[in-house]
Design a protein around this ligand. Structure first.
Ligand SMILES: Cc1cc2nc3c(=O)[nH]c(=O)nc-3n(C[C@H](O)[C@H](O)[C@H](O)COP(=O)(O)OP(=O)(O)OC[C@H]3O[C@@H](n4cnc5c(N)ncnc54)[C@H](O)[C@@H]3O)c2cc1C
Length: 303
């Protein structure tokens, strides 16, 4: 699971961050099986409740909805390059170096990955030593998603599968999109099959052309499924460089120490997102809400 979802190695990942419910159960249960059962019992699924959920029209609709919700002004494609404390809050330097724009704010919630967050924190005066470096120490794995449109392939009745690193394959997971999401099923039998490639510390195999990735994925899928798949009629390659955080053991303690340091010197500056609280959209939404509530309290309001 951890290899497939985090593109990392189970031995190197923090259980408390990647699987918090299992980590909690493992503190009281005596066997792994017992801990898994207890974690499952603590979050029961209603009969018929689907395992997966998404948005009709694709997840990018979430970005569009957030950009127009709540009457807030949302600026997209605006990279913040510098963060400076002022007498009343913060000054952000935004945009390209040849045309910088200064934006004043009461508070700042940094919901950016660890490396850009560390770069911004490094420029903040009065911050406890080591805070920026601790945030920036989080490493990331790069992955690529390759989607193939296959005419009437023979696929098992599954939503997909995960491939352990020990198999020696480039693919680490595959999703049969047209099976997983009934709405995508097509009357002509064309199937969309997506494969995820790339593991932590193994960037070299990704440094090939998109056509080469399509070729390798097609070959490996045929091998795993035990049947030669038809040639794809279309394909798509999406690269996600440095996308999946590799939480080393002790991650949550490091994040707690960083947050405590920020609260001490700069209570209107907070951190949220996958670089700190775990991967996945629900976790990131909760992380953002918690950080926003802290900031509102620091500003003297009630959350
Ligand atoms: C291939 C893949 C598949 C996934 N599938 C799922 C899934 O099915 N379900 C699920 O729940 N999760 C999934 N995830 C995980 C999920 O996408 C992430 O956990 C989540 O998007 C992280 O949200 P975030 O807001 O912390 O960071 P991000 O989504 O990385 O957003 C950070 C934002 O900060 C911006 N930024 C960076 N630097 C600056 C700067 N200096 N100034 C301004 N902005 C900046 C970036 O441009 C980016 O938009 C997947 C991840 C990957 C890589």
């Amino acid at each position: 699971m951890l290899g497939g979802v985090y593109a990392g190695r189970a031995d190197d990942l923090s259980l408390a961050t990647t699987m918090p419910a299992l980590a909690r159960a493992a503190r009281v249960e005596h066997t792994l099986l017992g801990a898994v059962r207890a974690a499952q019992a603590a979050a029961p699924r209603a009969p018929g409740e689907p395992v997966f959920g998404t948005l009709v029209g694709g997840l990018s609709r979430l970005v569009e909805a957030a950009a127009t919700a709540g009457g807030a002004t949302i600026r997209r494609d605006a990279a913040v390059r510098e963060l400076t404390p002022t007498a009343t809050g913060w000054r952000l330097t935004v945009g390209p170096t040849h045309a910088p724009e200064l934006v004043d704010a009461d508070a700042v919630l940094l919901a950016v990955p660890a490396r850009p967050a560390a770069r911004l924190l490094a420029g903040v005066a009065d911050l406890a030593p080591g805070v920026a470096a601790t945030v920036g120490a989080l490493d990331y794995a790069s992955v690529a998603l390759i989607t193939l449109a296959l005419p009437r392939p023979e696929l098992p009745a599954l939503s997909g599968f995960l491939v352990p690193a020990t198999e020696g394959l480039l693919i680490k997971a595959s999703t049969f999109l047209t099976t997983k999401w009934g709405r995508l099923a097509r009357p002509d039998g064309l199937a969309l099959v997506r494969a995820s490639v790339g593991r932590y510390g193994e960037e070299v195999p990704l440094q090939v052309t998109g056509d080469d990735l399509v070729e390798v994925v097609h070959r490996e899928l045929s091998k795993v499924l035990g049947t030669p798949l038809p040639a794809p009629v279309a394909s798509h390659v999406q690269r996600w460089g440095g996308a999946l955080p590799q939480y080393a053991p002790g991650h949550l303690d490091r994040v707690a120490a960083v947050r405590s340091a920020l609260r001490g010197t700069h209570p209107t500056l907070a951190l949220a997102g996958a670089g700190y609280d775990g991967v996945g959209i629900p976790v990131c939404v909760r992380s953002g809400e918690t950080a926003a509530e802290e900031i509102i309290k620091a500003l003297g309001g009630s959350a």
